[in-house]
Write a protein of this length. Structure first.
Length: 467
């Protein structure tokens, strides 16, 4: 018999904090636990009649989406301002023209820039202003700002700010970039909005490769976002960002972001303002001699102590092995990434079409069949979802989430025996897993959470059977 999870020791605020960490990287320690507890109380009042335990049980499932979105909006911190960390923009102003020349020679003149965790758009628009000033007129260019908080994204699209967001600008810059529209309201001039777009993207889960259709970025800024993440999650995000950085590109973090000291294939550049990596445009084989030559005098031990004052950018450590130039991602990976992204965003019809394209090339992909089944359920097509789940279980009889989803569909249809059988199968499979283990088919649902939910379902089924 499977062990029953003990709800008496289940602490909702801790559980919800852990879930938020898995969902979007946010981590809660002593200094912000009170904020979390307050937000949980308010979310419970709004979504689960004041019951935080019910809120905790609801969150990882599809019925918890609204409450989860509410908590994310409540807890994300959107502090930003134009040309924040000015020194990094000075460095970019210096290196961008050379990178552009190299790209033109290589036949890829379009300049692609990403502000990841863009808050209300201050960073993305600063980059757009910089590109306008640094690249020849008429250069094709795109700036994409992404964030997990839809309210910040709406404000970004509007492009209107108070003087607090403009505090890093000189008076003449403020006049050149903005039009005053009211008391302490400043609207970015239309010229600087050209080529800039904003969209929802969760750095923890959403693939980056789809943002510019499989192309790679020339400049990526992800500053003061990972500072809220645990180091292992920050490292995973940094790796993902490095994977979509094109040849010759620059990847910048804030000074306190907990990113790894090295990222494969990139050179680490450090100045006194923040952290910067560069992917060499041409990748010569790295030998001891070239390594020595690339390291400027006195920079050999620079990583052991704080870098010296001054704005000069210093290459401190070339990658151990010369990287292959980054190449665009292959079509199958792109299709998979696109399907997950659309599903995460709730664009169900587009997501279904995308998974079907993916399945046509990979008919035995469990991941694809399970994702399609979940989408069909969300669209109300339970019959089709059951068929797909059966296919999953035929390919892998131990696919826990497929057993659970099958049982849920039977329970909703009032097929009590089938539902009870499905929930019991789920519990039997879960018994072999650690509570912390993430289940295949999801990167958020843990074995512990599912045990809790399934036990609840079985108890409810017993009560109903006695009536
Ligand atoms: C302090 S702001 C930094 C804004 C800007 N990058 C800067 O340095 O001025 C952090 C931003 O990261 C966003 N964020 C937090 N977790 C995220 C995630 N998992 N995916 C995408 N954005 C996230 C927050 O919503 C917030 O807008």
């Amino acid at each position: 018999m499977t062990a029953v999870a003990d709800t008496a020791v289940f602490e909702p605020v801790t559980f919800i904090g852990d879930h938020l960490k898995r969902h979007c990287g946010m981590s809660f320690r002593e200094h912000n636990l009170d904020d979390l507890a307050r937000a949980v109380r308010r979310a419970a009042a709004q979504f689960t009649a004041g019951d935080p335990l019910r809120l905790a049980a609801l969150l990882p499932g599809t019925e918890g989406e609204q409450a989860l979105g509410w908590l994310v909006r409540e807890l994300t911190i959107g502090e930003s301002y134009f040309f924040r960390i000015f020194e990094q923009f000075t460095t970019l102003r210096r290196v961008i023209p050379t990178l552009h020349d190299e790209k033109v020679k290589a036949g890829d003149p379009e300049f692609r820039v990403w502000s990841a965790g863009c808050a209300a758009g201050e960073e993305a628009y600063s980059l757009a202003i910089l590109l306008r000033q640094s690249l020849p007129r008429g250069t094709p260019g795109r700036v994409i700002g992404t964030d997990i908080n839809p309210e910040f994204l709406s404000r970004a699209a509007a492009g209107e700010y108070s003087s607090w967001s403009l505090r890093g600008l000189e008076e003449h810059e403020r006049a050149a970039y903005f039009e005053q529209t009211g008391d302490n309201r400043f609207l970015l001039r239309a010229d600087f909005k050209t080529g800039v777009s904003f969209r929802y993207h969760n750095l923890r889960h959403d693939p980056a490769v789809v943002l510019v259709g499989g192309a790679l970025f020339d400049v990526i800024l992800c500053r003061n976002v990972l500072i809220y993440f645990e180091p292992d999650m920050a490292a995973a995000v940094a790796l993902q960002l490095a994977g979509v950085l094109g040849r010759g590109g620059y990847l910048l973090f804030g000074p306190s972001d907990p990113v790894p000291a090295e990222l494969e294939g990139l050179e680490r550049c450090e100045d006194n303002a923040g952290i910067m990596f560069h992917r060499p445009f041409v990748a010569p084989p790295v030998t001891a001699a070239t390594r020595q030559r690339r390291r400027p005098k006195g920079a050999g031990r620079a990583s052991a102590k704080a870098p010296p004052p001054g704005r000069r950018t210093v290459v401190t450590r070339p990658a151990a092995v010369a990287p292959e130039p980054a190449t665009p991602v292959d079509a199958a990976a792109l299709r998979r990434a696109e399907a997950h992204l659309l599903a995460n965003r709730g664009q169900l019809d587009a997501a279904v079409a995308s998974v079907e394209r993916w399945l046509s090339t990979a008919p035995t992909s469990l991941d694809a069949s399970y994702l399609l089944a979940s989408l069909e359920r969300r669209r109300g097509n339970d019959g089709r979802a059951l068929e797909l789940l059966r296919q999953c279980l035929y390919l892998d009889p131990c696919y826990v989430l497929a057993h659970f989803a099958t049982a849920e569909i039977h329970a909703a249809a009032g097929n009590r025996d089938a539902a009870r059988g499905g929930f019991s199968n789920t519990l039997d499979l879960l018994a072999n897993l650690d509570d912390e283990a993430l289940l295949p088919g999801s990167d958020e649902i843990t074995a512990g959470w599912l045990k809790l939910v399934v036990n609840g379902r079985l108890r409810r089924a017993e009560t109903e059977a006695k009536r």
